[in-house]
Design a protein around this ligand. Structure first.
Ligand SMILES: Cc1cc2nc3c(=O)[nH]c(=O)nc-3n(C[C@H](O)[C@H](O)[C@H](O)COP(=O)(O)OP(=O)(O)OC[C@H]3O[C@@H](n4cnc5c(N)ncnc54)[C@H](O)[C@@H]3O)c2cc1C
Ligand code: SF4
Ligand code: SF4
Length: 238
């Protein structure tokens, strides 16, 4: 069974919890809010699937990788899309294609007052919530199983997330269902902890005596490409 001895060897992707059919694994938050798998040893039957699926495992399957990467640079033709995306809006162009062909899109959005979570979208309006970087680990619990169900139902699925999340999903889905799964992983240096983000929102709301109603981790329209300012709007209009 999976055991997290060194936290640097786990990104909280949930592949192990998703693969455990008997529900012996739950993802539990540490003091920073990062999710790690915890095994209920009374339920575990020692099948080893959770260890096998983990992308940090030496046996991680790379057989579908290209022998050499192809590299293209791209920017969306519509500048309104570029201005409201973190970079060149390639995600919007690729996900537009998938949605226009009847597929579904998964990406990082918000729930419960700006908690960052992965969600499923079937329309462009729903998908637009995923635009832009959220510099926090997204809660992805339950999503891998939903993706597998969509693929089994014959849908094309685009999943967008950090490279470690996409690596975990790739391993969990396996070769048989992989053909109709489009993985979009972002360039990423790592994710800050969700509790830091929650505490920062609490701090700002106390300081301004008002509730936050809009968040942008990096507002290109107001501050341009290079600045790294978070922008918040409060219910009072400030
Ligand atoms: C945690 C994090 C670290 C980053 N580190 C770097 C870096 O080191 N160097 C660099 O050049 N760029 C970095 N970026 C920026 C990122 O690579 C660009 O935002 C992305 O390439 C933008 O592409 P876009 O304009 O097509 O899409 P955008 O519309 O800006 O965003 C595309 C996708 O990002 C996904 N996403 C956003 N937040 C998260 C999240 N918390 N977890 C998982 N997926 C998320 C969404 O699902 C969305 O579909 C980072 C972004 C994040 C979220
Ligand atoms: S499968 Fe994902 S969540 Fe499970 S131990 Fe490996 S990295 Fe962590
Ligand atoms: S070894 Fe098998 S039963 Fe035990 S936690 Fe891992 S997947 Fe579940």
């Amino acid at each position: 069974m999976i055991q997290i001895i060194d936290k640097s060897q786990c990104c909280g992707c949930t592949a192990c919890a998703s693969v455990c059919e008997i529900g012996a694994i739950t993802m539990q938050a540490d003091v920073m809010g990062f999710l790690y798998p915890v095994v209920d040893t009374n339920k575990c039957v020692d099948c080893g699937l959770c260890e096998k699926v983990c992308a940090f495992n030496d046996n991680y399957d790379t057989s579908l990788n290209l022998p050499e990467p192809y590299v293209y640079g791209a920017r969306h033709k519509d500048m309104a899309e570029v201005e409201t995306s973190r970079s060149g809006a390639a995600f919007i162009a690729i996900s537009d294609y998938v949605l226009e062909h009847g597929g579904v899109v998964y990406g990082a959005g918000y729930a419960d007052h700006f908690r960052v979570v992965h969600k499923r979208a079937t329309t462009k309006d729903e998908r637009d919530e995923f635009k832009g970087s959220k510099y926090v680990q997204s809660d992805i619990r339950g999503i891998f199983r939903q993706v597998k169900k969509d693929l089994k139902d014959g849908l094309t699925v685009l999943f967008s997330g950090t490279p470690c999340q996409t690596a975990g999903l790739n391993s969990y889905i396996g070769k048989k269902l992989r053909e109709h799964l489009v993985l979009v992983d972002i360039v990423c240096h790592g994710v800050p902890g969700p509790n830091l983000w929650r505490d920062y929102i609490d701090y700002l709301e106390k300081k301004h005596g008002n509730r936050i109603c809009w968040v942008n981790f990096r507002d290109k329209q107001k501050y341009g490409w290079t600045a790294h300012h978070e922008t918040f709007k409060f219910e009072g209009g400030e």
